[in-house]
Design a protein around this ligand. Structure first.
Ligand SMILES: *Cc1c(COP(=O)(O)O)cnc(C)c1O
Length: 368
């Protein structure tokens, strides 16, 4: 069951534009991996992935195995890297031809033993190295141990070596990022020397693609570049936001001074005030912090601030200065008033806003 009046509109033409824009930043032969984790950053991973597969993207990545299984079940054929596989999912990873990231000796050992028990021959895996993010990944001191594990089995092969930059969007952290890039180069040189064949090597995420063109190596990974939230960090105006969250005005009230709005009477009118009620609330992904005029919606190109507390299913906004009527369109964010802008206004970031839009908000797709 999804609501009809409130929709998340996904613009596939903008996705195509972003894909081609990012491709234009790459040297010939550099592969592009599309990160479609977290339901395609809140959109719809299967629809997005199918669209990108038609555009001939090279690789996909998801965070967890069930996300990859869902893509296979939707018919996706291209290779899928799973960033953070969990040992309980190793059997189904192989069943669905998903390629796990190995980030510690523990997971490497367990995966080799499962691959061997299933008689796999050179099953592709990706080795993740930690160069400063300190989240997941092997350390540089584990290279020799990895190599000897690999030399002792034919069940797996190293499809790629990768690392993840901690602050590629932050120009004040350039020195740190270059240190990460150099550390990764030392690791991969050492590793490939000992391995005897050449895996794909990659480290750049979207802001890495844009800010460190010299560090693309064999492949780059992009999530936010494809979704273009109007990212606060990247500031690349060429990337077009693909998602718009839209609703309508359900009802209009005219309040006299002294009347209040919503639960706990959190807003009190000091003069005659016109309010509009919009059918979107906490259960749709609008957090507490958007209340009390921290958040706003756009009605007929004007900002209408959220009055009092956000309710479970609705918000009330101030339309005293806005000409509008019941049924008029309400925009929570779109390509002009971006999710990044709206989220920042309420003290959060676009990731939280976009990935939190609940399944009951219908996803609609346009390609224009
Ligand atoms: C999420 C993720 C990405 C994509 O990052 P963006 O900044 O969205 O481009 C790339 N690599 C890894 C390991 C990730 O977890």
């Amino acid at each position: 069951m999804s609501t009809r009046e409130t929709v998340l509109e996904i613009n596939l033409a903008h996705l195509t534009h972003n894909y081609e824009y990012l491709k234009s930043k790459l040297n010939p032969g550099v592969k592009l991996l599309a990160v479609v984790k977290a339901a395609g950053y809140g959109s719809d991973a299967a629809v997005i992935a199918k669209h990108l597969e038609r555009l001939n993207v090279d690789y996909f990545a998801v965070a967890y195995a069930p996300e990859g299984i869902a893509l296979r079940e939707a018919g996706i054929q291209k290779p899928i890297l799973v960033f953070h596989p969990q040992t309980v999912n190793f059997l189904s990873l192989i069943k669905y031809r998903l390629e796990p990231s190995m980030y510690s000796m523990r997971v490497l050992k367990e995966f080799i033993s499962i691959a061997e028990s299933l008689d796999q021959d050179r099953y592709p895996v990706h080795l993740k190295f930690n160069t400063g993010l300190n989240r997941i990944g092997f350390s540089k001191d584990e290279v020799d141990q990895c190599i000897s594990m690999l030399n002792n089995t034919n069940a797996i092969m190293v499809q790629s070596l990768f690392s993840h930059l901690a602050a590629s969007e932050d120009h004040t952290e350039k020195k740190f990022t270059l240190k990460q890039i150099n550390a990764f180069k030392r690791i991969t040189d050492n590793f490939t020397d000992q391995l005897g064949y050449k895996p794909i090597v990659h480290q750049c995420n979207t802001s890495g693609i844009l800010n460190y063109p010299e560090a693309h190596i064999d492949m780059v990974r992009t999530g936010i570049g494809l979704y273009g939230f109007g990212n606060e960090a990247i500031y690349d105006k060429e990337l077009k936001p693909i998602a718009s969250l839209k609703s309508i005005i359900s009802q209009i009230h005219v309040l006299s001074a002294g009347e209040t709005v919503g639960y706990n009477r959190a807003f009190t009118a000091t003069a005659e005030t016109r309010t509009a009620t919009i059918p979107i609330g906490h259960a749709d992904g609008i957090g507490r912090h958007y209340g009390h005029k921290k958040g706003f919606v756009m009605i007929n190109h004007k900002k209408a601030y959220i009055l009092g507390n956000v309710c479970m299913d609705m918000i009330m906004v101030d339309i005293t200065e806005i000409e509008c009527k019941e049924g008029d369109e309400v925009i929570l964010f779109d390509s002009d008033v971006t999710a990044a802008f709206v989220a920042e206004h309420a003290g959060t970031i676009s990731y939280e806003l976009i990935t939190g839009i609940a399944p009951r908000v219908k996803r609609v797709f346009v390609d224009k």
